[in-house]
Design a protein around this ligand. Structure first.
Ligand code: KG4
Ligand code: ZN
Length: 331
């Protein structure tokens, strides 16, 4: 049996996990920085880097202790090497390098997006390549054809904002606080999705990409116009969420037509926690006769188990100790 220690610190979650090649998460710890960033309505890179630096080492020690293990028991150390906020990525990667050097274990530098892309295979051993992955998070909105470990074809990406970012901005505008996605989803349940006319950028377009900037500005205009009193905040939330779903479904349908045969439609990333989005994607998969795979929520949002699992999938492909941290690193 092989065990990998995974480390994640590319955004605002400090996380460590121990995962085996038998798909068992032996232990995992995650320290969220939501409280630290809440007053600013978004992640402040400097605050994030400092918090990672303070928390990561004790968090790793606690994770090892939870599993009753020491570094001598792990087969490799996998850490996110990008893309993400450079200060945080450096904290995680430098820590991983130090541990690798001290324990004479191999380092595996993992692309954070690869972690998201492979995480569904940690939860579902029957998931076979190739599959179409919709990766929707605070920093990314992409459709990836996952053909194998290390073989990813990006079929679409956002030309402006990520969808999670649009959820967070909408939440801020409606005074719902940070992080905004879950709050918008909650409020949307009480609203009428047909009340506020909003655009569906790029829907029906021949090009493959996503765009959410126009939707975000339209939400802003709708909030200003609301003083006229025809609709509520809940109607804005519901209409926004429906517009976002229509965009996701249209673009994903287009990618399914372009990708060739796939074994499943898979969703990952923090926005995949949204139940309305999941059920719309399930419907799309059903019409294509495809299984729909959505990992458990804890594996959808940023976590270290997915980084450890990517390390398991790449076991033997070691990286040198001078591997750089990469703030931008397309898959
Ligand atoms: O994957 P993730 O944890 O971090 C990034 O790599 O970005 O995703 C976080 C994003 C945030 O923008 C958050 O608002 C969004 O995922 N999110 C949601 C929901 N839960 C989290 N968006 C919509 N509905 C949700 N229920
Ligand atoms: Zn992420």
């Amino acid at each position: 049996m092989s065990t990998v220690l995974g480390i994640e610190s590319s955004c605002d979650e400090t996380a460590a996990a121990l995962v085996t090649d038998g798909r068992v998460i032996l232990a995992q710890r995650i320290a969220s920085q939501d409280e630290a960033h809440r007053p600013f309505g978004g992640v402040v890179p400097e605050i994030a880097a400092r918090a990672h630096a303070e928390r990561l080492t004790p968090l790793i020690e606690a994770t090892l202790a939870d599993a009753g293990m020491t570094l001598a028991d792990v087969d490799a150390i996998a850490a996110t090497a990008g893309p993400g906020l450079i200060g945080g990525v450096m904290v995680g990667l430098v820590t991983a390098k130090a541990l690798a050097m001290a324990s004479d274990k191999p380092l595996i530098a993992v692309n954070h997006l690869e972690g998201h892309a492979l995480s569904p295979r940690l939860a579902d051993e029957t998931l076979a390549f190739p599959y179409l992955l919709l990766l929707v998070s605070g920093g990314h909105c992409q459709l990836l054809l996952v053909e194998g470990v290390g073989r990813y074809r990006r079929l679409a990406t956002t030309i402006d904002d990520a969808l999670g970012e649009a959820f967070d901005k909408t939440a801020k505008l409606l005074g719902l606080g940070y992080p905004g996605g879950p709050a918008v989803e909650r409020l949307a349940r009480e609203g009428d999705a047909k009340k506020v006319p909003l655009p569906r950028p790029l829907v029906g377009s021949a090009e493959p990409h996503f765009s959410f900037a126009g939707l975000k500005s339209a939400v802003m205009r709708a909030k200003v116009a609301m003083d006229a009193g025809q609709y509520t905040d809940a109607d804005i939330a519901a209409s926004f969420q429906q517009a976002a779903i229509d965009c996701l479904i249209d673009r994903t349908r287009r990618a399914l037509a372009a990708s060739g045969p796939v074994s499943a439609l898979v969703v990952a990333g923090g926005v995949a926690a949204n139940a309305a989005i999941r059920s719309a994607l399930q419907g799309l998969a059903d019409t294509h006769g495809l299984p729909f795979v959505a990992p458990p929520l804890a594996l959808c949002t940023d976590n270290a188990a997915m980084i450890a699992w990517a390390g398991i999938e790449r076991l033997g492909q070691n990286d040198p100790l001078d591997t750089p941290a990469r703030p931008r690193w397309p898959l």
